[in-house]
Design a protein around this ligand. Structure first.
Ligand code: SAM
Ligand code: SF4
Length: 319
């Protein structure tokens, strides 16, 4: 599907729950969220019907996210059903990895082909402080379990000035021997008061702190993604920089986002949502096409001072 600006839209991110077993300072309120009742969360059958319609219109790449997707019971069954849809070329998941050691084999068997794992620090005390309750050990065990299953893992690290920026070098160092991608993400002004989430740091800070990083061009370039890639000379892995604020990548945006309660968001940073609940057949397809056509050229001037007009917190969208 081409949007109004000629961009090919072939990627759907599916947030399967707004609930999470962590409370990251930049993402969730400390006290958690009001649980959406089962009636307001899409059932697996409803999600599958929506995905089938999107795939029939040209979507080939799927990502299951949340909240934390692994807290939704039976998520591996949903993954298996989605991976089996004719036309699905790739099924990925974004997770905090806390429950991954028990789930990695099931996800692999279900057809999940790769994972993005959020990891903002390599220090146990700091991990607990940033996530307000999590155990770094559990997340690391989860990452190891994914590797044992042969699942490629990208690490997502949100840059939090004054909180974790003294670990930039350590994260980059992880790429020297391991064929992993460590991605630094600029803090986006979502949710309530983000003061506790650290100060905004542009991704250029990473290049200042590690001047040895060089632009990386893969031998078989993937479709242009959101990350600008760098690598240390001779390193096995890469460093990705994701800069939604300092260097917006809207011109290559290829995605739609499905919220847990059945709304399709044409843009992460817009309150526009198209409700898909209760639609079937041609009406469902028409609503998906409408979302594609209403994708804006770019987000509305996001900055550190201006809160995102997304209308929801990140745990209700999925990143
Ligand atoms: N719970 C899963 C996880 O943490 O990986 C999936 C959902 S989480 C909302 C998806 C991604 O959004 C994570 O990589 C997280 O770091 C990122 N995220 C959440 N709030 C953010 C914010 N305010 N700015 C930048 N990234 C954010
Ligand atoms: Fe949960 Fe992910 Fe948000 Fe952290 S970033 S609170 S793990 S949804």
């Amino acid at each position: 599907m081409k949007d109004h600006y000629g961009r090919e839209i072939d990627y759907l991110r599916i947030s399967v729950t707004d609930r999470c077993d962590l409370r990251c300072i930049y993402c969730m309120p400390e006290e958690g969220i009001e649980k959406q009742g089962h009636m307001s969360i899409l059932s697996f059958e409803e999600i599958e019907e929506i995905v089938r319609a999107a795939v029939s219109l040209g979507v080939g790449k799927l990502r299951v996210t949340g909240g934390e997707p692994l807290v939704r019971k039976g998520v591996e069954k949903l993954c298996a059903a989605l991976a089996a849809i004719d036309g699905v070329k790739e099924l990925a998941m974004t997770t905090n990895a806390v429950r991954l050691s028990a789930m990695a084999a099931k996800l692999k068997e279900a057809g999940v082909s790769r994972l993005n794992v959020s990891l903002d620090t390599l220090k146990p005390d700091r991990y607990r402080r940033i996530t307000r309750c999590g155990s770094l050990d559990h997340a690391l065990q989860g990452i190891r379990a994914a590797w044992e299953q042969g699942l490629p893992v990208k690490l997502n690290c949100v840059l939090l000035g004054g909180v974790n920026d003294d670990e930039i070098e350590s994260f980059v160092e992880l790429t020297r021997k391991r064929p992993i991608q460590v991605r630094f993400i600029e803090l986006m002004p979502m949710g309530e008061d983000k003061a506790g989430g650290g100060a905004f740091l542009p991704c250029s800070t990473v290049l200042e702190r590690v001047p040895a990083l060089r632009p990386f061009r893969p031998l078989a370039p993937e479709k242009k993604g959101v990350a600008r890639l760098y690598a240390l000379p001779g390193a096995a892995g890469q460093v990705g920089l994701i800069s939604p604020l300092s260097d917006c990548f809207c011109q290559s945006c290829d995605r739609l986002r499905l919220t847990p309660d059945g709304k399709l968001k044409p843009c992460l940073h817009s309150s526009e949502e198209i409700s898909l609940r209760g639609l079937h057949g041609e009406a469902l397809a028409a609503a998906i096409r409408e979302a594609v056509q209403s994708k804006p050229l770019r987000h509305p001037g996001l900055s550190q001072e201006v809160r995102s007009p997304a209308g929801r917190d990140m745990n209700q969208i999925g990143g």
